[in-house]
Design a protein around this ligand. Structure first.
Ligand code: AMP
Length: 469
């Protein structure tokens, strides 16, 4: 869970990267950083906190240069500390190299042991540093050649941006687990985790970096080379379920559009299960798009039932026990007259530990709901993620710990429903779906699941996590 952004050939490189990173802030709020090439060397600045805080008051003016790469971090491997803030910048035998990484490597432990036995000294606890040592030990002098030799040694999920003097290089893992897209703005080439960050700076989205592709900009031209054979991708489906911004596009379809279809397919499944309600609502903001689709599919009114306070920030994440309930209401306040006396079908994007759903149901009941039916626009989360999404550990996963009925009782709902895996696959496929979905539509998978990683929903892990991960 991180966001990366890069730009070439632009006198506003740092400023545009700042805007790009700001747009990717939802992908990580722990640290932010930029590496800028000013023609004489690479200058790096990174700090703990939000993009706006790290680059407050004139810091960007100290970063002149025509190319930049940047990063926002949410730690999934390695601790939360300034030493792990990216881009990580190094002086190597190949010259200065900066790296920004989104994803999680699954063979870091083995690689690290081997590199350390050959003399490598790691300066961070982040898995992202491994690639720099592999490059340094590759025996190659040119960073591109070093990368071509080193990338195939990595296992797991990675979208990388590298900066070397005069060059920005992008690479995506052979299965394309994490996203990475290319954009164009005048003479500049851009790279970003999501299309929303390309569009925000007025650039055009060109295409994705393909899984297993190495892309770089040389004298204004985009060059490309494969470092791994073409395979069927295993894109992380949780990007569409929860992580990506609704205005980003994946496979030609907006995330908002995919979530709306998740809602419509969920409605078809709910109708087959005989679910009845007075109104449909979403848990703001992550459940809203699916709730709209679900209301449409069920021909029920969509009514917001919660007012979300957008100003609570991180300070409220670990409140004192006494004010916990109070702060839950501060974040999401129920709109009582919409709720009272009604059967509310409430949609959220996912249920992981079950804590959120429990709070939501309790709050709706307290506000006078006659019945509360909880429905999730994704299947039960059954397995942890080793590729960079911060999903709880195996023993914390509610759907693993309890039967559906026990979980329904645990969250206090009158009904608990999930979207099926085939429904989710179809919603994310980018296919046009008919306006009227048949009751109980359970589409055949038709191999669709093979384009996505569904390991967290009980699917196969596309790359075996190694011991110690
Ligand atoms: P839980 O309380 O653990 O069941 O969390 C489920 C809620 O957290 C849902 O409302 C999701 O929108 C949100 N969520 C899902 N995945 C994540 C994640 N990886 N990190 C933070 N929040 C998440």
């Amino acid at each position: 869970m991180c966001g990366i952004f890069g730009i070439t050939d632009n006198k506003e490189a740092a400023r545009l990267s700042y805007i790009g990173l700001f747009t990717l802030q939802h992908r990580g709020q722990e640290s932010a950083g930029l590496a800028v090439d000013d023609g004489r060397g690479i200058n790096c600045r990174a700090g703990m906190g939000l993009v706006g805080d790290v680059f407050a008051g004139g810091t960007l003016e100290d970063l002149p240069g025509r190319a930049a790469i940047g990063h926002v971090r949410y730690s999934t491997a390695g601790g939360s500390s300034i030493g792990n803030a990216q881009p990580l910048c190094f002086n190597t035998a190949l010259g200065p190299v900066a790296v920004a990484h989104n994803g999680n490597l699954t063979n870091t432990a083995e690689l690290k042991k081997n590199l350390q036995s050959r003399g490598a000294i790691f300066r961070s606890t982040s898995d992202s540093e491994t690639i720099i040592h592999l490059m340094a030990f590759s025996g190659k002098r040119d960073p591109l050649a070093a990368l071509e030799k080193s990338l195939p040694k990595l296992a797991g999920a990675y979208s990388f941006l590298f900066m070397t003097p005069g060059r920005v290089i992008a690479a995506r893992d052979p299965l394309g687990i994490r996203p990475l897209v290319i954009g164009r703005l005048g003479r500049s080439w851009l790279f970003a985790s999501e299309t929303c960050a390309i569009e925000v700076v007025g650039a055009r989205v060109v295409r994705e970096v393909e899984p297993g592709e190495l892309v770089w900009v040389e004298r204004g031209r985009l060059r490309s080379k494969r470092f791994a054979p073409r395979r069927r991708p295993a894109r992380c489906v949780f990007e569409q379920v929860y992580f990506a911004r609704p205005d980003s596009f994946v496979m030609g379809k907006s995330v908002q559009g995919a979530r709306y279809e998740m809602g419509r397919l969920l409605a078809a499944e709910l109708r087959a299960a005989g679910v009845k309600a007075d109104l449909v609502s979403g848990v703001p903001d992550s459940g809203n798009s699916a709730a709209l689709g679900c209301a449409k599919g069920l021909r029920l009114p969509y009514r917001p039932v919660f007012m979300r306070n957008h100003y609570t920030g991180r300070s409220f994440i670990q409140p004192d026990q006494k004010i916990r309930e109070f702060t839950a209401r501060l974040k999401l306040a129920p709109i009582r007259d919409v709720i009272a006396g009604r059967t509310v079908l409430i949609i959220d994007d996912s249920l992981v530990r079950g804590t959120t759903s429990r709070k939501i149901v309790r709050s709706l009941k307290k506000a006078g709901a006659r019945k509360v039916i909880m429905a999730l626009a994704s299947p039960p989360v059954l397995s942890p993620c080793y590729y960079g999404i911060d999903i709880a550990s195996r023993k914390e996963l509610a759907a693993r710990r309890m039967s559906r009925e026990a979980l329904r009782r645990h969250i206090g709902a009158d009904g608990l429903h999930y979207l099926s895996v085939p429904g989710l696959m179809l919603a994310c496929s980018g296919k046009e779906l008919p306006e009227h979905l048949q009751e109980g539509m359970r589409p055949g998978l038709n191999g669709l699941e093979k384009d996505f990683c569904t390991a967290c929903f009980g699917g196969k892990y596309p790359v075996k996590p190694s011991k110690g991960e």
